[in-house]
Write a protein that binds this ligand. Structure first.
Ligand code: SF4
Length: 168
């Protein structure tokens, strides 16, 4: 890897930009994600910044058990984020659908639809765990480098991914 690529990987690791998407959560995880960005927990010390568009984001943070209505939006958002990118599933809902498991309105878990890189367990997870998950995703992102081909989903078919889980 040449110097420019090494520099890009280092920058990506030190300033991951996030896009947050709610796929039908109870808002518990969303509140904790916002708390992790607040001065008290200070995810900005890692260079983390919340972005308003997936096109500008490196890491997609997805909360909620994935309702049938949200599947199309999730796949579109994933396709809009530029490669390399990483996906962090925040809370037990996107990992397992959690307490909503028997709901007929759900199409979860999340990894049936897009590749997930890091799962942050908890209902909801604490801000510290969310920050740890984001840091893990940033490290994965840096490893992917500039020209490492990354699995792009076709809007029709989900793909498998290697999962990392934040230890409590
Ligand atoms: S994991 Fe818990 S807090 Fe988070 S969205 Fe699901 S039910 Fe709500």
């Amino acid at each position: 890897m040449n110097l420019w690529k090494r520099l890009m990987c280092a920058c990506r690791r030190r300033s991951p930009w996030l896009f947050h998407m709610n796929s039908g959560s109870c808002n518990g995880c969303d509140i904790e994600l916002v708390a992790s960005l607040s001065p008290r927990y200070d995810a900005e010390q890692l260079g983390v910044r919340l972005e308003g568009s997936p096109r500008h984001a490196d890491i997609l943070c997805i909360t909620g058990p994935v309702t049938k209505n949200s599947v199309g939006a999730i796949r579109t958002v994933y396709a809009q984020a530029c490669s390399p990118k990483a996906v962090v599933a925040i809370g037990s809902c996107p990992a397992t659908t959690n307490v909503f498991i028997d709901s007929r309105t759900l199409a979860g878990p999340l990894d049936k639809h897009i590749p997930v890189d890091v799962f942050v367990p908890g209902c909801p997870p604490r801000p510290d765990a969310i920050i740890q998950g984001i840091a893990q995703a940033a490290a994965i992102l840096a490893e992917r480098g500039m020209d490492t081909p990354q699995a792009e989903i076709s809007i029709a078919a989900p793909q498998a991914a290697v999962h990392h889980e934040v230890q409590p």
